[in-house]
Design a protein around this ligand. Sequence first.
Ligand code: ADP
Ligand code: MG
Length: 315
Amino acid sequence: PDVARQIAAGEVVSRPLDAVRELLDNALDAGASRIEVELLGGGLKRVTVRDNGAGIPAAQVELAPLRHATSKLESVDRVTTLGFRGEALWALAQAGQLTLTTRPATQLGAVQLTAHGSEVNVGRVSAAAGTTVSVTGMFAHLPARLRTQATAAAEAREVTALLSRYVLHWPGLHWRLTVDGDARLQHAPTDTRGAVASVYGPLSANRVLKVDTDLVSGVLSRPELTRPRRDRMHFSVNGRPVLAPPELEKAVIDGYAELLPAGQAPLCVLDLRLPPEDVNPNVHPAKAVVAMADLGGLAERLQLAVAQALAAHPL
Ligand code: ADP
Ligand code: MG
């Protein structure tokens, strides 16, 4: 049973990057306006995510790290929150030592829970409103899993790229990432263009134009700001940063038509708004891939929105 549990937990959290994504999703679901991430030793030593969101009421804290404990899911056919499986905190407690400190703004005093494996302890502490979760010594007791981890520097780069995507898609929040104590990424609330400035610098931000339709909002670069790789094409679906299906990347590129030299890709940050029942984030535990209904039709509408946005801003 212990082995089965470790395997199941490993599908949710197989590296520090997964821990960060799950904790960011929880902070966003909690309505936070300020989110800070701290990474030590590439996250294997410690990952911490601090938010100023709704917190967990004292009476419910002990439920949080139980498997399948979620306060969110109303219907599997219509997921409107980023989390819904109730597995992340549980998996993090299998991966290392989980410490969760939480206080709703209206509650006097915070609760601190520590969990490792199935051992859970709870106590009273004082803390600011919101939630801080850290995982210490990730995989320290699982040598095989530890051996397959990336280097600390590589994992820190991946986490920086992940956080950059969240900044681009959630630009109205305060964000901060520190790696071994050094600030890597900081962002104060702005619009998407401001987020492009935080992530790629002001020169890039000056070369993007806005898109805003019922389907999609965000920014697109002017055709001169292109590169041969698609690594600056960012998509979210209903607030969740996703790895876009190649069909959607192609739709955007096709929307530029002959404005874009062959083989080049633009910078874009596009937030797709789809009816929740048309999106299935339940295809992989890490949820970075989502299934969308009628991808072909969606691609057509996206291409048209891009073409119209470019036509509306004569170059
Ligand atoms: P899920 O997000 O799928 O519900 P998790 O294991 O990630 O499952 O979290 C379990 C529960 O703990 C959540 O449903 C939520 O009620 C609570 N929770 C977790 N993180 C936070 C947070 N940062 N702020 C407020 N509540 C949280
Ligand atoms: Mg969650």
